[in-house]
Design a protein around this ligand. Structure first.
Ligand code: ATP
Ligand code: MG
Length: 434
């Protein structure tokens, strides 16, 4: 018979060997880098300006970034930082090349579905990459302790206090203080003060807003990462909730994001776990838009249906049961989204079952279904150690047609996403859903 102590011993043995195993199987010197982009890509996919016009503008003004010339001397390659500088300095037909950016704080989009493996992380990663290539500044938040997005962004060593769990602990300290201070006589406050909370929570409470944000290989994509240890957040959060019954545990991430300077970022993308819990509720509460990927199979349809029901019920329960706590914390209930969209992923147009399922989604959910499904593509299936996105892969390493087709599928989905995002953003600024 074996019990918890066996599991603990196995954990200790594994931890003791972890560095050696990593050394043997995983090259620590392999750091994720972002490749440069060719004039062909910039003119075709980013600036919508003829390659010759771009070359001419570069030749006319040597003070513009000139990229690197490849060994064969034919093609120039530009880093994303250089592309963004060109964007700031060039105009084409009297128009600036910067993307439209409404006023106010960054828009927040949760990519979520309780069905595992539908393509949430791939969608979150590609939307973030496409938006960054479009000129936006994007932080991504990995709400999933599987940490797939974190690994694909190239981070390997993440501690749990640097994850959403850390943000929740810090929020508990700050809220405990705020609630205590709201009493004329603190002795009347029936809830604990921050200095009565567990020591590790208090330590995390001293972290600063920007401490949770980490850089990635992309100059304009930052990340709040996750890690396997953050899975215990669900247990710990339940315990903290019972320690402080006036804590609006579902509003931590929204409050955290409100602390960031309004103009630091443009678009925040959340990658959610395939489960309902404290983390996914925080993602839902912080989100302006819910983007729900679903695969083209019947069981994916079935679980997307359950997801809508379960999330709806959870938000209703919070609306019914936490009205006073939320009102005290300045949160308006029920939670409102500026938009909710369903996005079909891993779609094969030539497969009649997929076509039938897309039609079924459209019949049931109407205009809430995105027009452009994301195609099943080998470019994503075989994306290597860091799970490189189609955007990160060099098109010379596969047939250009395969790459271009995959890229266009994600580009079309992104263009549609951008329309949704800008419409929601403007509606928010005009007061809807505020
Ligand atoms: N468009 C696509 N074409 C080909 N393969 C895809 C595509 N989208 C996702 N995949 C593959 O499907 C698998 C699951 O994708 P992903 O990790 O994005 O799903 P997920 O919903 O985030 O899963 P989880 O619920 O475990 O977080 C991965 O191996 C991924 O490479
Ligand atoms: Mg995932």
């Amino acid at each position: 018979m074996r019990d918890y102590s066996d599991l603990q011993q196995m954990n200790e043995r594994s931890l003791a060997q972890q560095a050696a195993v990593r050394k043997a199987t995983f090259s620590p010197s392999e750091v994720k880098t972002l490749r440069p982009f060719s004039i062909w890509e910039i003119s075709t996919f980013m600036f919508d300006l003829p390659a010759d016009t771009l070359r001419k503008k570069l030749a006319e003004d040597p003070s513009l970034p000139q990229g690197m010339v490849e060994d064969d001397g034919r093609q120039r390659w530009f880093s994303l930082a250089e592309i963004n500088e060109l964007r700031r300095r060039l105009r084409f037909r009297g128009k600036a090349l910067l993307p439209e950016r409404p006023k106010g704080r960054a828009l927040r989009v949760a990519v979520s579905n309780f069905k595992g493996g539908v393509g949430k992380t791939v969608v979150a990663q590609h939307l973030a990459n496409a938006a960054a290539l479009d000129g936006y500044r994007v932080p991504v938040i990995d709400f999933d302790p599987q940490a797939t997005l974190t690994h694909s962004m190239g981070l390997v060593e993440v501690k749990e206090w640097n994850t959403v769990w850390g943000i929740m602990c810090r929020d508990l300290c700050r809220e405990a203080d705020r609630i205590m201070e709201s009493y004329d006589d603190p002795a009347d406050c029936p809830y604990p003060a921050a200095d009565e909370l567990p020591k590790d929570v208090q330590e995390i409470g001293t972290m600063r807003t920007q401490d949770f944000i980490q850089r990635t290989a992309w100059p304009t994509i930052d990340i709040i990462p996750s890690c396997a240890n953050a899975a215990f957040v669900e247990f710990a959060s339940a315990q903290y909730r019972s320690l402080h019954k006036a804590w609006s545990f579902f509003g931590c991430v929204a409050r955290y994001l409100d602390e960031l300077p309004e103009d630091q970022y443009d678009l925040v993308i959340f990658d959610c776990p395939p489960a309902i819990g404290y983390q996914s509720l925080n993602a839902a509460f912080a989100a302006d838009i819910l983007y729900i990927p679903s695969g083209p199979g019947y069981w994916e349809y079935d679980s997307t249906t359950s997801f809508l029901g379960q999330l709806g019920d959870a938000l209703q329960e919070i609306g019914d049961g936490f009205g006073k706590i939320a009102a005290d914390a300045g949160i308006r209930l029920p939670k409102r989204f500026l938009d909710v969209r369903l996005l079909m992923t891993r779609y094969e147009a030539s497969n009649p079952l997929h076509a039938a399922m897309l039609q079924a989604f459209r019949n049931v959910f109407g205009a809430d279904v995105c027009q452009n499904p994301i195609e099943m593509t080998r470019a994503v299936e075989q994306s290597g150690r860091f799970q490189m996105s189609v955007y990160e892969q060099d098109y010379r390493e596969m047939t250009r047609e395969t790459w271009k087709r995959a890229r266009l599928s994600f580009d079309n989905a992104y263009q549609e996403f951008k329309v949704t995002m800008l419409a929601a953003w403007k509606a928010r600024n005009e007061g809807a859903g505020a």
